[in-house]
Structures are given as structure tokens and as C-alpha cells.
Ligand binder design. Sequence first.
Ligand code: ZN
Length: 259
Amino acid sequence: MIYLQMYSMVFGLCCGSFLNALIYRMPRQITIFSSRSRSQCTKCGNQLRWFDNIPLFSYIFLLGRCRNCKSFISFRYPLVELVIGCFAFIITPHNLSLERLGLYFFYLSSFSSLVAIFLIDLDFKIIPNELNLYLGMNFLLLVVFNKPYTHWLVGAMIGFLFPLAITYGFYLLKGQVGLGGGDIKLYGVLGLFLGPVGIIHNIFLSCFLGAIVGALLILFKVVKRKTPIPFGPFIVTIAVVQLYLPDVFSQVISYLMLG
Ligand SMILES: [Zn+2]
């Protein structure tokens, strides 16, 4: 069945390539679906030919440089393609059924949205509403028929209202906005899938992770004390473990509980 996995990986590489375009264009308000918005070099504006646009292989063939101006192409582009490609390879079902195929697309599309949220927030300190909405639709399609509303509805409400209340309280006390609106919406969306307990785990662990990384960045003078740090990447990191490695996550939780 390795053929199926190889096909799946090629499909994943193409998804990664599309994701690169989306991550670049969405926060810059450039149309994603248009014949006129062909991929071009970000330095010289040279339009890429189809053979310069093949996921992973074009980057290797061009040795990471633009064919026209020879400037270096960010290593992140092939990395995103490779990550999505490997993810698709790993999640390929061993024998096909409609249900497994549906789950395959759910995993691939939710993971891709999380990667996009991670990188756009890192670059621009925003989480586009469209991505939160898309991820929410993904989750909703899966949970509405499989879980009671006490799981997804209560999870989403806790995910949205709890961070909102803390942020508002923090604002009243200190006059500073802690979490952005995009972060709060992301918590709400993740609550749909994770449920009440899962989303509380995510909120505490992402804040914990954010505090550690933030302290290290200040300690090593990567950022100044007052510089706001994008928070989406921490939420996404914890959520990825919860969503795709639930066994690892429950082991981490029981380890933390026992102390
Ligand atoms: Zn160029």
C-alpha cells in the first residue's frame, strides 16, 4: 500500500504549496484564486514558470535561488511543503472506506489551517477571521454528529468566554490588552473539538508555554520586555498535540498532575 501513501504525500506537497501562497497573500490582501495572481519572486517580481513552481523539487533544483535575480528563496516554503507532505503520508488510511477518507481530509485540512494560523500570526501578529471560520466549520462538521452538544457547545463557550473575561479583567486592572481578538476566537473554535476539559487544558498549557518562551526571548534579548509576542503559535502547538497525538497528550497531562 506504499503507492497510496506516496500519492497521498504528493497531494500533501501540493496542499503545502497552496498553503504557502495563502500564508503569503492572505494577510497582504492579495487575491488567492485568480489567473492574474500567478506566483512570482517576492524580491524581483519575476513570474514563476510552471516548472519553477513544482513543490519541493523546484526549490532543490534551483538550489534555493530565484532563476531571474538569484536572490535566496526562504527555506520556509519547501519546509511547509515537506511538513504537510509528511503529515499526509503518515495519516494515509491503510484500507479505504468512505469514513476513513472523510477523516483523512478532516485531518489534512484542519492541520493545514493550524499551520497557516501559526505562521501568519508569527509574521503579522494577526489571525485572519477566515481561517478561524474555516477551522470552525471543519470541527463542526465532525462533532455535530458524533458528540453531544455538552461537548462542543460548552467547549466553544468556555474557550471563548474564559479568555475574554481574563483579558477584559486584565485590561481593567492594567489598561493593557493581553490577548488579541483572533486568539480568543481561536480558543472558542478549538473548544468545539476539544470540549470543556480539553480547551481548559489548552488555555492553561498554551499560557504556560507562552510564558516560558516569552521569558527566554527576553532573557536572551531576542525581544524587548514590552514587545508584544504573537500568541497564536502557542495555542496551535498545544492544539496540534491534542488533536493528532491524543495519547501523548494524556500522558503529559497525567505526568503534570502527578507532579
Ligand atoms: Zn527574483
